[in-house]
Design a binder for this molecule. Structure first.
Ligand code: F6P
Length: 494
């Protein structure tokens, strides 16, 4: 298993005096006011969970959009703050955007446009020229900040996600000795879908300034090569997985992202979490209940409505579960300025109220919806409590919630119900794989999971735990480094 220490040594030996800079839209810590005090929280989403252990292993800079209302009050004159706040190891450089910039860049072009385009869940993508101009302008701001950090030093800039399609180009226009890699955390659709993207030639040309472009699964990497083949004049080689454009070569690969398995597993057995589990069982009166859990940003790609429909059908079809089964949905509010997200929130509320009223029995209710930004402690405690985890995304690049559930199951029991449309399904074939568009199938999957013999649960769970343990986030980072710095990747023997 790859460890933080091994990754840290690898980074030192391969990067030498090259500065490491990670760039993402979402920051790892956001500061907020609490009366006269300032406190911080970790924003939701798989990206932050995955990258924080790497930054802790490597040090360096993390450049991200400032998001907390108190962010400005805790940074120095360069907008920097040492992180993690309680035990600093790396520097977070915050980029402050005004309302207009945040709307055009984050809400509109990234999340009303590119997000639905790439996820294909039948939400119509929207693009305007004004948003695209703002999207580029904000990336220019990021590039300027990166140039300020780097100056004339050699650097490796590791860019995250669809918020920064033009960034490698903008960075390389300013800096000479910089290598860039970009990881695309979400799906890359086939070329027919990309066809509707206005500005696609400029965007595709820009992203090819990366030295490495990595995806979660091979299918998305191939979709990308097909897209370039179709729309740009460039040499696409499928056998070497490279694109050559204007004599620059971009390597294209698939590296499924992982989690810090060891950390989650140890946390799950800690006294703190065991106490928390007892507290939650008491608070929600779940001691003698069969519990299913869902942990998501409230997003239309996650298939949360489908889960509520499945709970309704399960109780209708199999009334023996009335009074015995509870579905707990942990939902973090997300992108709430966007109409589709507002509507989803309202719908979820109405559905929950309707289903709970329909089946309510002596104070028992089938759905508990807890809307908050849940800490890793809370999520780990719930993952320990649940008999079943429901991951029913309509489309998902990876889905680290599934991997966190597996890592938290130290008793090797419990069942993961997993959408076949997640990247995670390619690795976790011992989950109960379902098609979330087929709610009847989901209902049967929940029923058979609730009735699955312990032997069978353990057989499946132990195989999945081996995979999640081995393919952890340190191995993921080491593999990316081996590709970009061209050394042979060796499995860890620790
Ligand atoms: O993994 C996809 C992603 O969009 C990340 O880029 C992001 O940080 C995470 O999901 C959460 O979304 P948001 O930052 O928009 O809340």
């Amino acid at each position: 298993m790859w460890t933080s220490k091994e990754l840290s040594e690898l980074i030192k030996s391969k990067l030498g005096d090259r500065l490491l800079i990670v760039v993402s839209n979402r920051e790892p810590y956001a500061h907020i006011f609490d009366g006269d005090d300032v406190k911080y929280y970790v924003p939701p989403g798989g990206l932050v969970t995955a990258l924080e252990p790497i930054m802790k292993a490597s040090g360096g800079y993390w450049v991200a959009q400032a998001n907390g209302e108190a962010d400005a009050s805790v940074v120095n004159e360069k907008n920097e703050i040492n992180c993690p706040p309680d035990n600093p190891i790396y520097t977070l450089k915050r980029i402050f955007l005004n309302k207009e910039e945040e709307t055009g860049f984050y809400y509109n072009f990234s999340n009303k446009g590119l997000w639905p385009l790439c996820h294909i869940t039948y939400t119509r993508p929207q693009f305007t020229e004004k948003d695209y101009e703002t999207y580029k302008k904000v990336q220019e701001k990021f590039a300027e900040s990166i140039a300020e950090i780097v100056q004339d030093r050699p650097a490796f800039v590791f860019i995250q996600d669809y918020h920064f399609v033009n960034l490698s180009k903008l960075i390389k226009e300013k800096l000479k000795n910089v290598i860039t890699a970009q990881f695309w955390h979400i799906p890359w659709p086939n070329s027919e879908v990309v066809r509707i993207l206005p500005f696609k030639n400029e965007l595709l040309d820009a992203i090819l300034h990366n030295d490495l472009l990595a995806f979660q699964v091979q299918y998305h990497a191939i979709n990308f090569l097909d897209t370039i083949n179709r729309f740009l004049e460039a040499r696409v080689e499928y056998d070497t997985m490279t694109v050559t454009k204007d004599s620059h070569v971009t390597m294209v690969s698939a590296f499924p992202i992982g989690i810090d398995y060891e950390h989650v597993s140890q946390l799950s057995s800690s006294e703190k979490i065991l106490n928390l589990r007892n507290e939650l069982l008491k608070r929600y009166r779940l001691k003698d209940k069969l519990v299913a859990i869902g942990v998501d940003r409230i997003d239309y790609t996650k298939g949360i409505l489908e889960r509520f429909l499945a709970v309704d059908s399960l109780l209708q079809r199999y009334p023996e579960f009335i009074g015995k089964f509870v579905y707990v949905q942990l939902g973090a509010l997300s992108r709430i300025q966007i109409q589709e997200y507002k509507e989803l929130n309202d719908k979820l509320n109405n559905m929950m109220v309707g289903i709970n009223e329909k089946y309510e029995l002596n104070g028992w209710r089938p759905i508990v919806l807890i809307r908050a930004n849940h800490s890793q402690d809370i999520i780990t405690a719930w993952n320990g409590i649940a008999n079943i985890s429901l991951v029913t995304s309509l489309h998902d690049g990876m889905n680290l919630v599934a991997k966190e559930f597996v890592a938290a199951r130290n008793n090797i029991d419990g069942v993961l119900i997993l959408s076949e449309f997640t990247g995670a399904a390619r690795e976790l074939s011992d989950a109960i794989l379902i098609n979330p568009y087929y709610v009847d199938g989901l209902v049967e999957a929940i029923k058979s999971s609730l009735e699955m013999p312990l032997e069978e649960q353990k057989r499946r769970m132990s195989k999945m735990r081996d995979i999640v343990m081995k393919n952890n986030v340190y191995r993921w980072a080491a593999k990316i480094l081996s590709e970009i710095f061209n050394f042979e990747f060796v499995e860890s023997d620790s």
